[in-house]
Design a protein around this ligand. Structure first.
Ligand SMILES: *Cc1c(COP(=O)(O)O)cnc(C)c1O
Length: 380
């Protein structure tokens, strides 16, 4: 696709590989990486991310729904694909037909799926050990194991594993650390109870990025890695035990430069009014690109390696920045996310300016923004 150099995201797939290698060093060989590629690989572009991950030997993928699972299947004919969320039971035959593993969200759901399917459906049962979102919920190990066995006894349901999701694995507060330990102990208890009863499941998994970084446990057969693979932090600015590098950068260009005088206003609402003579540049990015309007008069960008403030409201397609003291002209590149010279703005830092997380920033970069891959010949 031809890029017209307005606003674009650069995706450095070599960093994705590096991050995977870094994360692998922190886990034991008994735990395989399950790459979480939901939401178009957290906005990085599912197809190219999948091709890269497959080329470096990743075989397990997790997605949020059946549509995503089918599109992963198109790129990776032999991969193991887990749907982390709900799929309406009437799609049972599609799940089976594409050889996808479905998450069992409740005992009733398992019954429905069993009734609606002609073929056997591969499943991992979700346990709600404390996230409070989906999954079967028992505080008693033995009761929970009973339920897993009831579901396993259903004719069309092939239970291959159990899993759970941590709620606060990203926190360093003692109370939250204890909570995460409780969640891990509960699912491990169920797994070992089933083993005692003669059912050895192929998979038990409970590690997300934060769990893998701060609470690694080799009992978990899979580590469901999302955010750290993309080079962001589960809980910025809390450091990870290893260094990952952001895979996505977001760039735009200067379209216009002018000097404003005392009293001149900038953008909708006249929220910015110059208190002295300033040089203002217009930049070709806005909230329709996923650059949040909440960054109005709050965000910063890099231009010629210098941090510049956003002046006034972010518009749909454009915004203004203060470039007083910087030598800029139309056509110059502006870095919204990424490195320029010695400075870097990460999606995590940008998120912190308006009360959200890096996850939401990268997932929110809109379809209008072309993803330019570092190993393509077109290199802007
Ligand atoms: C999204 C998701 C993950 C990945 O979480 P990260 O924090 O990005 O590693 C893992 N497991 C489940 C169930 C998820 O929904």
């Amino acid at each position: 696709m031809k890029n017209h150099k307005r606003a674009w995201a650069r995706i450095d797939l070599s960093r994705l590989e590096k991050n995977i290698n870094t994360i692998k060093k922190g886990i034991s060989p008994s735990t395989e990486i399950m790459a979480v590629v939901k939401a178009d690989a957290y906005g990085h572009g599912e197809k190219r991310v999948l091709e890269k991950l497959s080329s470096i030997g990743i075989q397990y993928f997790a997605v949020s729904n059946l549509d995503e699972a089918i599109s992963v299947r198109d790129v990776c004919p032999d991969a193991e694909i887990l749907i982390l969320g709900y799929t309406p039971p009437e799609y049972a035959d599609e799940i089976a037909g594409y050889n996808i593993i479905q998450c069992i969200v409740s005992e009733e759901y398992a019954d429905e799926l069993n009734k609606k399917s002609d073929k056997n459906v591969r499943c991992h049962i979700k346990l709600d050990t404390g996230m409070g979102r989906i999954g079967i919920k028992y505080r008693d190990v033995s009761e929970c194991a009973d339920c897993v066995q009831r579901i396993s006894a259903l004719e069309k349901i092939d239970v291959e594993g159990i899993f759970t999701h941590f709620a606060v694995a990203d926190s360093d507060e003692p109370d939250n650390i204890a909570y995460t330990d409780m969640q891990a102990e509960l699912i491990k208890g169920v797994y070992h109870e089933l083993e005692k009863r003669g059912t050895k499941l192929k998979h038990v998994h409970f590690l997300n990025s934060a769990g893998t970084g701060y609470h690694f446990d080799s009992t978990s057969t899979l580590a469901r890695i999302g955010i750290t693979m993309y080079g962001l932090y589960p809980n910025y600015p809390l450091e990870l035990p290893y260094k990952v590098e952001p895979v996505m950068e977001l760039k735009a260009v200067v379209s216009h430069v002018k000097t404003v005088e005392v009293g001149d206003c900038i953008s909708y609402g006249r929220t910015y009014r110059a208190s002295e003579s300033r040089k203002i540049a217009t930049v070709t990015v806005g909230y329709a690109d996923g650059y949040s309007r909440l960054l109005s008069s709050r965000g910063q960008v890099l231009c010629k390696g210098v941090r510049c403030s956003i002046t006034g409201r972010v518009c749909m397609d454009q915004m203004m920045i203060d470039v007083t003291d910087i030598d800029v002209k139309p056509g110059d590149t502006v870095t919204l996310i990424g490195r320029d010279g010695d400075d870097i703005i990460t999606a995590d830092e940008l998120a912190s300016w308006y009360g959200t997380i890096g996850y939401e920033v990268v997932c929110g970069i809109s379809k209008r923004v072309p993803r330019i891959y570092s190993d393509d010949s077109e290199n802007i």
